[in-house]
Ligand binder design. Structure first.
Ligand code: PDD
Length: 288
């Protein structure tokens, strides 16, 4: 089945889709992105993802090259052409092509690229056994709330995780507190049953899944706190999990070789996972 990418207004054979060598995203990581889950033909939290895209762009003073409504339509057309029912929609906007020079171009034309990649549904093995994480230093800049394509510390962290047989790396700030995962937010459940996640300041990405989980917790009466927690507190927690748009609620059962709780995914993590799954199933269909 042919696969299509969207590049600046055109739907192109994915194998031939490309941008110019002087695109500022390529040369300066001068751009932002979003990842939206297409789940059984439904777009999960499209509105909040596009809100965050617009916010990231505004923070960097990059303009969206088309209206939000047109972006939404183009995304649907891309989904229609690709015919995947479950996958990840990737949206990237950069400051566009210009002769290499650090300052903003005088007359910028931002670039918009979108792809859809099929993925398999959440592996039941992960829900049964959980995953391992390792901790690494957080080497990132001071504006992690902007979802930029400048992901080198995240790339190095994830590679360190993979090389040590782990699923994700959790990054630690200079005081030993966990900031977040390289592509996920970090959570613990205390002995008192309180859900804890770091406040969404400028030092982490305000995850869309994170926000949905907080709302679900509120609805079902699970107490939660937005506060920092250390690696030690995480290792001693009753339950630990991570969240993101691709793997929503993923139980963590081992941190740096230390077994979390009884070594099995906790009941609250599993309940939140299942609730999120139901929420995904109820999301609006991408195509009518
Ligand atoms: N990453 N923190 C970081 C650093 C992330 O890169 C992500 C998502 C999250 C979770 O955000 P959300 O719940 O909105 O997906 C937190 C995406 C999935 C990625 O880079 O592929």
């Amino acid at each position: 089945m042919p696969r299509f990418a969207y590049v600046n207004g055109r739907y192109i054979d994915h194998r031939r889709a490309s941008v110019h060598v002087e695109d500022r995203g390529y040369q300066f990581a001068d751009g932002v992105y979003e990842v939206i889950h297409l789940f059984r033909g439904r777009l999960v939290d499209e509105g909040p993802h596009l809100d965050r895209l617009e916010r990231s762009l505004a923070e960097l003073r990059i303009s969206l090259p088309l209206s939000r409504a047109a972006l939404s339509l183009a995304m649907r057309e891309l989904i229609r052409r690709n015919r995947y029912s479950t996958g990840l929609v990737y949206i990237q906007v950069t400051r566009g092509v210009a002769p290499r020079d650090h300052k903003f171009p005088a007359d910028p034309h931002s670039s918009l690229v979108m792809t859809v990649r099929p993925i398999s549904e959440f592996p039941s093995e992960i829900l049964e056994n959980g995953v391992r994480v390792v901790t690494v230093d957080d080497l990132r800049w001071a504006r992690c709330d902007i979802k930029t394509v400048a992901l080198l510390p995240n790339v190095l962290g994830k590679q360190a995780a993979v090389e040590s047989g782990a699923y994700e790396a959790w990054m630690c700030d200079g005081d030993g507190f966990i900031t977040e995962g390289t592509s996920s937010n970090a959570w613990i459940v205390t002995a008192e049953g309180v859900l804890v996640t770091r406040p969404a300041g400028i030092d982490i990405l305000r995850g869309i899944t994170r926000q949905a989980i907080l709302e679900h917790a509120d609805e079902i009466g699970i107490p939660f706190e937005e506060r920092k927690f250390s690696r030690e507190e995480a290792c001693a927690a009753c339950e630990v999990f991570l969240s993101n748009s691709s793997h929503f609620v993923t139980p963590v059962t081992n941190i740096d070789g230390v077994v979390v709780g009884n070594g099995r995914p906790g009941s609250l993590s599993t309940a939140l996972h299942n609730r999120y799954l139901a929420f995904m199933c109820a999301s609006p269909r991408a195509l009518s």
